[in-house]
Design a protein around this ligand. Sequence first.
Ligand SMILES: [Zn+2]
Length: 321
Amino acid sequence: MPSHRPVAVYTGAGMAAYGFTRGSLPDGRHYYDPGRFTAFAAALRASELAPQVRELDAPPATDAELLRFHSPAHLEFIRRRCAEDRGALDHGPTPAQPHMPAAAASVVGAVLDATRRLCRGELGRAFVPISGFHHAARERATSYCLYNDCALALALLTDLLPDQTIAYVDIDAHLGDGVWDAFVDHPRVVLLDIHQHAASHWYSDGHEPEPAPIVTPRARSFALPAGAGDPGFAALWPEQLAWLGAHTPAFIVLNAGADGLAGDRLGSLLYSPRVHARVARDLVALADHHADGRLLALGGGGYHPPAFTAAWLAVISALLA
Ligand SMILES: [Zn+2]
């Protein structure tokens, strides 16, 4: 990557407002609350990385941009239910709250802004901490995800980079099913998803079946057992990295979900931040080799602040290298 291109971290207030202010924790809080961003921003600004990154904001996504993936009925449903300020947008974990449609549009705005700036060569790499809502489907909000910023970025990239291959790598503890379902058959998108086996998620109540492993020429998903740790990841990674490289992607999107780290409340893969450091470092090298350096990293999940802040700072450190 040419050294003059900055590394951006998006820290706008619209995106930072994403999170639920009522939830199922004993004190009434939600696992995904706006405090996640606050914890990340404090850790970033206390680190030696802060002076090296460019903090950016972006306008919220327009309806036309959201409709590149979602349906008009979905946008109408999200806005109507959130305005009612009661109940959930899904089977329960995603409360309908009035501030959420604007916050979700701001997340997508930041991700699309980063995508465009990277394609124009204005940025070398970018990280959007509150992003990576990989569960949302075209007409369905679920599991904290209103709008699928990952899918919207991939859709935009297929427009901006005609005839080129785009790679999406997801190391969040959960399968990125919304992205997967939308792009598994896309001829120019390569998908790699390494997650925790669904049967071992404590909140799944045993009712969420793990989809059959998929290995196609352009899509691979792997379900690791709970407790796999760094060795479990390391046993998979080199072969998958080589497979990604064989596709010569012109742009790489990394969902750096950090709920696989030890200490997390939802995932139990027991990773250390070294997994995120390694993945980011290796994908930076791949992007430099094939993609003119273009790498967009999305924060994804993560519900134990000391763990996810350490993982995300490890990713940013790799982006700066
Ligand atoms: Zn997750």
